[in-house]
Ligand binder design. Structure first.
Ligand code: ADP
Ligand code: MG
Length: 514
């Protein structure tokens, strides 16, 4: 009896397990060389010839166009890591891959999948305890936050800028949007603009949008602006222009044109009389209206995007108005300054010092598209880790030190675990060694030697990482070198990697429709 369609493919038992594990491992392996300050970049070219150069784990995995369902689960590990904490995506993927590798060995030794799953979950619990023990007792102040930002950016393509100066901008941005109970991370945006060196990257106390004034004669800047945000077309509606007029004399034509003229003029006057200095509308503005408003010294931006309109509303406190006759002063938003600036082919509008919300924009400059794109990703990660560290107040040593400490604690506790599960728990510790091993390999050191040295230093000193500074690689306390990661980044990496690896290991039957 056939219950599946003839075209469907089915793999069962060990074959299914090992093909899934292999696929998962292969994906994790693909990002391994990008880990850490000496990690290399990848260049990804899509079928349309579009090129992305990046060091970011989640970006690489997403650009890779991965089809295998088990491999796709590793991509999801990186994605959820990115979403939850914004950094540690390579770490999480690499750990997941190694958990799978260890599981493969265990399966070969006839350890049952459910035993592996139980052991891994138990080990993950111990790992979380170990992370808690690694949390620094120092308060997370600006200096610590800068180090956290810098640690997340070293090794990224930050153009001519040092991670140090960028870290300062990042911390300033997050401090700007700090609330009494947390951080309004969404109030920090990153806007990229090519055409200058990355040194010109700066913090704008407000928002930046890609728009130009509706008319050349409008002011370049308005101070203390009263801002109207409209969803109104300022002109004769396009539909009406197309309507057929039954005109059979010149007089009638002139009357029709006069009517249109006065309608248009009416819009312009209504706007001018409302008292708004700056107008943003999501619809079109007739040239005659913008000419008139330019004469009145009003700055108008037309056909702005819906999301830009939302950002302006939340920054300035304006109320969006859908009909001109409803516009009144109470609907106006306020900002210290609204200006328009030209950057080569692009015109940007800066809305600074909005009255409603403390929004800030990291205005990223760079020579080329590739540079600003990678800079944007690096800054995005740094903003996330600083927000995470500030919110939880918990940071741990980086440079592999936390992973060494976790593995050590798991091995210690494994001794008290009975039966084959002990093998799985120990295997989890072995899988974590991949982080220091990879950091070592990516700096050109022998991974085995480095691991031995690190463990010895951890044993004697308590905290030991493989620190890269300039050309030097030292085994020492990462806190002394400012190599610091948020505790939540490590927690999330352990949790999401464990989840994906155990899910893959448990599968023993793959049924695929053609
Ligand atoms: P991920 O995508 O996992 O964040 P990264 O390439 O950003 O990958 O590398 C992060 C790892 O690099 C962390 O373990 C972090 O502690 C480590 N790291 C950061 N700066 C240094 C440094 N100066 N020396 C050694 N390790 C570092
Ligand atoms: Mg990182």
């Amino acid at each position: 009896m056939f219950i599946l369609s003839e075209d469907s493919q089915r793999t069962q038992g060990r074959d299914a397990q090992s093909s899934n594990i292999m696929a998962g491992k292969a994906v994790a392996e693909s990002v391994r060389t990008t880990l850490g300050p000496r990690g290399m970049d990848k260049m990804l070219v899509d079928s349309g010839g579009e090129v992305v150069i990046t060091n970011d784990g989640a970006t690489i995995l997403n650009e890779m166009d991965i089809e295998h369902p088990a491999a796709q689960m590793i991509v999801e590990v990186a994605d959820s890591q990115e979403e939850e904490v914004g950094d540690g995506t390579t770490t999480a993927a690499v750990i997941a891959g190694n958990l799978l590798g260890e599981a493969e060995d265990l399966i070969e030794q006839d350890v049952h999948a459910t035993t592996i799953v139980e052991g891994y979950h138990e080990a993950a619990e111990i790992a979380l305890e170990a992370i808690a023990e690694q949390v620094s007792e120092e308060t997370v102040d600006d200096d610590v936050l800068k180090q956290v930002a810098e640690s997340s950016m070293t090794g990224k393509g930050t153009g001519g800028l040092t991670a140090e100066s960028l870290a300062e901008t990042v911390v300033e941005a997050i401090r700007h949007v700090e609330l009494e109970d947390g951080v309004a991370r969404d109030n920090v945006t990153v806007h990229t603009q090519i055409g200058a060196s990355s040194n010109a990257t700066e913090l704008v106390p407000g928002i930046v949008i890609d728009e130009e004034p509706a008319h050349d004669g409008m002011p370049d800047a308005v101070e203390d602006a009263s801002i109207a945000v409209l969803d109104v077309e300022l002109g004769v509606r396009t539909g009406e222009i197309d309507a057929e007029y039954a005109i059979d004399s010149i007089d009638q034509l002139n009357t029709a044109l006069d009517a249109e003229e006065s309608e248009v003029r009416g819009y312009a006057e209504q706007v001018a009389e409302s008292g708004a200095d700056v107008v943003f509308t999501t619809e079109d503005v007739d040239d005659r209206v913008s000419t008139y408003l330019a004469g009145e010294g009003v700055l108008v931006f037309e056909s702005i995007g819906d999301s830009d309109a939302k950002d302006i509303v939340s920054a300035t406190g304006a109320t969006r108005v859908g009909a001109l006759e409803d516009l009144e002063e109470a609907d106006f938003g306020q900002a210290d300054r609204i200006s328009s600036e030209n950057f080569g082919d692009d015109d940007l509008a800066f809305i600074e010092g909005g009255a409603a919300a403390e929004t800030v924009t990291v205005f990223v400059r760079g020579g080329t598209e590739h540079v600003v794109d990678e800079l944007e990703r690096a800054i995005g990660d740094a903003l996330d880790v600083v927000a995470t560290a500030l919110e939880s107040g918990e940071v741990v040593p980086g440079a592999g030190a936390t992973e060494i400490a976790i593995a050590d604690k798991i091995r210690e506790e494994a001794a008290g675990i009975e039966g084959r599960k002990q093998l799985a728990v120990t295997a989890f510790a072995d899988a974590l060694d991949v982080v220091p091993r990879t950091l070592a390999a990516n700096t050109g050191r022998d991974p085995i030697d480095a691991l031995v040295d690190l463990r010895a230093a951890h044993e004697s000193e308590g905290r030991a990482g493989l620190i890269t500074s300039g050309e030097d690689v030292t085994i020492d306390d990462p806190f002394d070198y400012g190599v610091i990661d948020p505790a939540d980044v490590k927690r999330e990496a352990i949790e999401s990697a464990t989840e994906a690896a155990t899910m893959i290991v448990r599968i023993d039957d793959v049924i695929a429709a053609e």
